[in-house]
Design a protein. Structure first.
Lengths: 283, 431
């Protein structure tokens, strides 16, 4: 028999919560191992029993890029920033956009897909959408390899001196995705309409995000600020700036995007925490 | 003595689905108004506020109603009650799955529960991967799982399949692995809900043993079961819940007697609704089947030491010849125990083979000392041999058997086999 380490057990008080829910992020820290495990599980099972496996992480953005190339560049002649090959131009945007869409798709279903856990055990529910969003980083990393290949093929030298800012824009993409995912996943517990709304939402959202086109060229001056209310516009422009050196870099529009992202994340956290107590009953 | 769990005025209100109220809307106008205002209500409830018209009491049930009790550290408490009495809700509140509506609970230590066997298991992951995953979900640290890994695998008896995806496991293997993880969690407070009903007899024995160990180590255990002999065997004290209220707390034998005698048995009866009867059954029309104890009370738990009456009430809308009406008895694992018809007896058949229209009851008595412990299913059949089967339902009703006082209950073990007869043993000394 192994020796049982006697330590003073912690006392837990259970009572109905009132008022605005406390975010209680410390709880998340206590359960950090579970976050890692959930990310690992999501990655592990994502491409199980598929023929092409993780290649899908590459196929999707590459095929989208090819389609964009023919539709928007060859046929549509959509304005892009000068002297950047269109494949690199669009792929640099498809990377964070793909991360965002995958995160929304996976995270918004994360609670309903794990309803048996939610109805049986206590753990911070926040872990589920969080792990889904973070697991998308693996797909992102795999898909990034293609960008490196494309840049080598087109002999395009990245903007070395500002490349270090890329992780910051990646971080912005993640908090944006997480913020939206918190809203969607919590609503999805009660209203499965989210599953039907999501394809429209992501499609519509892509139109207002400069993935296939350049926002500087396509959006006229007086609409720029309104346009930057879309936090993903800031992310995509930031990626292009950090990787390819196009655009203005950090400007008012970017800070608006950052502000909106933080607003969505914080409101999402509070909404999620507020709804959390009813998850087990309504799911 | 330190108090491990302190429950004070605990209440939990559940909302009964809105769908029920919707069916009351008869008029198109109401439906239209309902549809038009739906987004408003939707927005309100999204904001966590429900409209006041729904706040009326009839839309709610109290799953727990002002429950209070304290439990000292190291005690094993049994919780008994009918389905829907609030047992599971109580455990869910204690393990923080759901929030109470009113009242407070103070819990000293980590609550681990065997509610959660296999929770978070992913079919695509291997046994080993699921073991780690499940451990993490139950709140174990990686190092803790590492140190217990071999012990858990051994307990689960799935050793050679540990690197096979669990979707290839048999359901027994799956449950054994799941239970093994949960059983090796070392919470200060263990909550057990009916898991003992799963797995084969050998494995159930191990589980009971494990629970005994846990209790011996001075940890607090809450044990929910429909199995009164398990309650008697494993707990010193029990509480009885009825419609969300704690109606009795007493030493286990007293609490069990109280529960069995209080006739909390609205089930033990199955009524057929018109839409459950296929048109092909005519002219036979099943009305109800009931399980009754020796005093004639309808029960969902019967004692194996007393005779049990099964009665089937039905209606004939036209004369039927060659009719036989009977039952099949099945165990929970689907083994047939017996089949019996009301006109099996030749004389009885002569008298009742041809029946006139009217309402009938066919009643039989299953003798005392027949059932073993557990849950049984009763199927029904009404037919004319070689002519026609009027009605059949393989799973018409189920009931529990309590074996308190049955032969051999002095040994705390699972007895193999679906019946538990009291045989007339004689022992002779030969030399």
């Amino acid at each position: 028999m192994t020796e049982i380490v006697k330590h003073e057990p912690t006392t837990i008080y259970i009572k109905p919560s009132t008022g605005i829910a406390a975010l209680n992020l410390r709880d998340l820290w206590v359960y950090r191992e579970l976050v890692i495990f959930m990310i690992w599980r999501d990655i592990k099972v994502r491409y199980k029993q598929t023929l092409l496996g993780a290649t899908w992480a590459v196929i999707q953005p590459v095929l989208t890029m090819v389609a964009f190339y023919f539709i928007f560049n060859k046929i549509g002649r959509v304005p892009v920033d000068a002297d950047i090959p269109y494949p690199i131009f669009s792929y640099a945007a498809l990377l964070p956009w793909g991360l965002f869409v995958t995160a929304l798709n996976q995270a918004s279903r994360s609670l309903t897909a794990n309803h048996n856990m939610i109805t049986k055990i206590y753990f911070p529910r926040l872990i589920l959408p969080l792990a889904s969003v973070l697991a998308g980083l693996v797909d992102f990393a795999i898909a990034s390899v293609i960008l490196v290949g494309l840049m080598m093929y087109y002999r395009y030298v990245p903007a070395w001196e500002i490349l270090w800012t890329l992780p910051l824009f990646l971080f912005l993409a993640i908090i944006t995705a997480l913020g939206v995912a918190l809203w969607l996943s919590a609503i999805n517990v009660k209203y499965r309409d989210v599953n039907y709304v999501l394809p429209f939402l992501t499609q519509f959202w892509m139109f207002i995000t400069p993935v296939a086109y350049s926002s500087a060229k396509a959006v006229s001056e007086q609409w720029q600020l309104l346009y930057s209310l879309n936090p993903m516009a800031g992310v995509v422009n930031g990626f292009r700036w950090a990787l390819l050196g196009v655009g203005d870099g950090p400007n008012t529009a970017l800070w608006i995007s950052v502000g909106i992202s933080i607003l969505v994340l914080v409101s999402g956290l509070f909404y999620f925490r507020g709804m959390e107590k009813t998850f087990a009953d309504t799911i | 003595m330190t108090t491990a769990i302190s429950v004070k005025n605990l209440s939990k209100k559940y909302r009964i689905g809105e769908a029920q109220t919707k069916f009351h809307y008869g008029m198109l106008r109401d439906v239209l108004v309902d549809t038009v205002t739906a987004p408003v209500r939707w927005a309100k409830s999204l904001a966590g506020r429900s409209s006041t018209q729904l706040e009326t009491a009839k839309h709610y049930i109290w799953a727990l109603d002002d429950v209070s009790f304290d439990l000292d550290e190291g005690k094993v408490l049994g919780i008994v009650g009918r389905n829907g009495a609030g047992k599971s809700t109580l455990l869910k509140v204690l393990s923080r799955v759901t929030e109470p509506t009113e009242g407070t609970v103070t819990v000293r230590g980590r609550v681990g529960s065997l509610l959660e066997v296999g929770t978070g298991f992913h079919p695509e992951l291997t046994g080993r991967e699921n073991l780690y995953m499940n451990g993490a979900i139950l709140g174990m640290k990686r190092a803790e799982i590492d140190s217990k890994f071999d012990e858990i695998v051994e307990f689960s008896e799935v050793g050679q399949f540990i690197d096979t995806p669990v979707k290839r496991y048999s359901s027994g293997m799956y449950l054994r692995l799941a239970f093994a993880v949960a059983a090796h969690l070392e919470p200060e407070i263990l909550v057990v809900d009916e898991v003992l009903a799963v797995g084969d007899a050998e494995f159930q024995k191990k589980c009971l043993g494990k629970m005994g160990d846990v209790a011996q180590q001075g940890r607090t255990v809450l044990f929910v079961s429909h199995n009164m002999s398990a309650i008697l065997r494993l707990t010193q004290e029990a509480i009885v819940l009825k419609k969300g209220q704690l109606i009795k707390r007493a030493p286990s034998p007293e609490a069990v007697d109280f529960y069995l005698a209080s006739g909390q048995a609205e089930t033990g009866e199955r009524l057929w609704q018109p839409d459950e009867i296929p048109a092909s059954a005519a002219p036979f029309k099943p009305v109800a089947i009931r399980i009754k104890d020796k005093t004639g009370k309808i029960m969902d738990t019967v004692r194996s030491t007393e005779p049990t009456t099964v009665e089937w009430e039905y209606q004939l809308d036209a004369p039927v010849t060659g009719l036989r009406v009977g039952v099949y008895l099945n165990t929970m694992r689907g083994e047939y125990v017996f089949t019996s018809f009301d006109t099996d007896d030749a004389k009885q058949y002569e008298q009742f083979g041809a029946r006139q229209p009217g309402r009938y009851i066919s009643r039989c008595e299953i003798p005392a000392d027949f059932f073993n412990e557990g849950r049984y299913y009763l199927g029904v059949n009404a037919s004319s041999f070689g002519v026609r089967r009027y009605f059949m339902d393989e799973n018409a009703i189920s009931f529990n058997v309590d074996i308190a006082g049955a032969p051999g209950t002095q040994w705390p073990e699972i007895r193999q086999g679906p019946i538990r007869p009291r045989l007339n043993w004689r022992i002779e000394k030969l030399d």
